[in-house]
Design a protein around this ligand. Structure first.
Ligand code: NCD
Length: 392
């Protein structure tokens, strides 16, 4: 199985065995960098590869862990963290930008405020593209990081009872994570107030994948005793169209030591971070608080992902425990392997244009109109994956 030349726009396009390959490779990378006390870090041989990080939105963890990952692999990094210094400020289209930048690098990592921007980058780029967050839509590399943390903390992914809590409407991390957990046979409980409930499209997908509609509640305290994992999220202030609506829900959940007294002793708390006020810092010393360890795992996970997409595999190098031996990548991106554990969905190349606010098609109007027909019959925009009006 090879991931060489593939892009990662959504894990929906990846099979479980491909996801497991990334997690296993991450474990090797963790050993190689002495992650969490696994011995001395072993320097990698210099690697003649360049990764471009195009960050059109703020980021700390994602960008720095991607850059740290590439530097640990021995490669080089170019990019920007402020779109005002790129030609986007001059009105350049995203498609043109990635077509050009593809000529400067071997891999592109993009974060953008518009849903579907990563798909546009993958469609127009000539090198693999990784989605590091596209508006409120998806954040697949955070999901890989979350799965890596779950494996370390719980020793398994299958069959966990996971509570997703907070801003399930705008939080992109839970939009990527929920379908994945469903595919691994986890039981989901969505904990959110009415205005922040999980989008209908994600609920429908989870139901189709697991045969079970996630339960929904507003009551965090009542949910706690039933959970193996509590995944907290920040209320995404910057995504609210109306500041007054944010004011009504901010601070809706605050996890405190007092609340955690109702949780099982082996529950773990995850959070993609940054935290605002939803986890009391007094919990940081609680052994159930896993969020900082979770964030640190982003480096070996992203090392694994970069190496696999570049067609490299970790092989011993003379005098070192680990180094990168380059496996020749195919000359052009391979067609994605069928994600055999997922129900097929049909790509419609002629479809009603989406143009919903926040979708990349609303800003770049000459993108080809495309839609997916989900296996359960729903028509969704291929960029933002939100429901399209049914054709007349
Ligand atoms: C998340 C994001 O950017 O979506 N952060 C991250 O990448 N770890 C979560 C958030 O911003 O709340």
């Amino acid at each position: 199985m090879s991931l060489a030349g593939r892009s990662l726009v959504s894990l929906r396009d990846w099979s479980r065995s491909e996801i497991n390959l990334v997690l296993q490779t991450a474990q090797l990378m963790a050993q190689a960098i002495g992650f969490e006390g696994q011995g001395e870090p072993q320097p990698f041989a210099p690697l003649d590869r360049i990764m471009a990080t195009l960050f059109f939105e703020p980021s700390t963890r994602t960008r720095l862990s991607f850059e740290a990952a590439m530097l640990r692999l021995g490669g080089q990094v170019i990019g920007f963290a402020d779109p005002q210094v790129s030609s986007a400020a001059k009105g350049e289209s995203l498609a043109d930008a990635v077509a050009v930048i593809s000529g400067y690098c071997d891999l592109i990592v993009i974060r953008h405020p518009l849903m579907g921007a990563a798909k546009v980058a993958a469609d127009y780029g000539r090198v693999p593209v990784i989605n590091a967050g596209d508006g409120p839509h998806e954040h697949p590399t955070q999901t890989l990081t979350d799965l890596f943390a779950l494996q370390r903390a719980k020793g398994r992914l299958e069959g966990l009872r996971v509570g997703l809590c907070g801003d399930l409407k705008y939080g992109r991390t839970v939009h990527s994570l929920a379908p994945l957990l469903a595919r691994f046979g986890c039981q989901l409980l969505c904990i959110a107030p009415e205005p922040l409930r999980m989008p209908a499209e994600v609920m429908a997908e989870v139901e189709a994948l697991s045969g079970q509609r996630p339960q929904e509640t507003e009551d965090l305290r009542a949910a706690l005793p039933e959970l193996d994992v509590l995944y907290m999220t920040r209320v995404q202030r910057e995504r609210f169209p109306d500041p007054a609506a944010y004011e009504r829900v901010k601070g809706v959940y605050v996890l405190t030591p007092e609340l955690m007294a109702h949780a099982p002793a082996d529950l773990i708390i995850l959070h993609p971070l940054p935290r605002v006020d939803e986890i009391d810092p007094r919990l940081d010393s609680d052994p159930r608080a896993w969020y900082f360890r979770q964030a640190h795992g982003g480096v070996p996970v992203r090392m694994a992902l970069i190496a696999l997409l570049l067609g490299l595999e970790p092989m011993p190098v003379k005098g070192r425990r680990y180094g990168l031996h380059v496996r020749p990548a195919p000359p052009s991106p391979q067609p994605p392997a069928p994600a055999s554990d997922l129900p097929p969905r049909e790509l419609l190349r002629e479809a009603p244009p989406c143009r919903q606010p926040g979708c990349v098609t609303a800003v770049y109007e000459n993108l080809p109109a495309q839609a997916f027909r989900q296996p359960w019959g729903e028509l969704v925009c291929a960029y933002c994956e939100r429901s399209l009006p049914k054709p007349a």
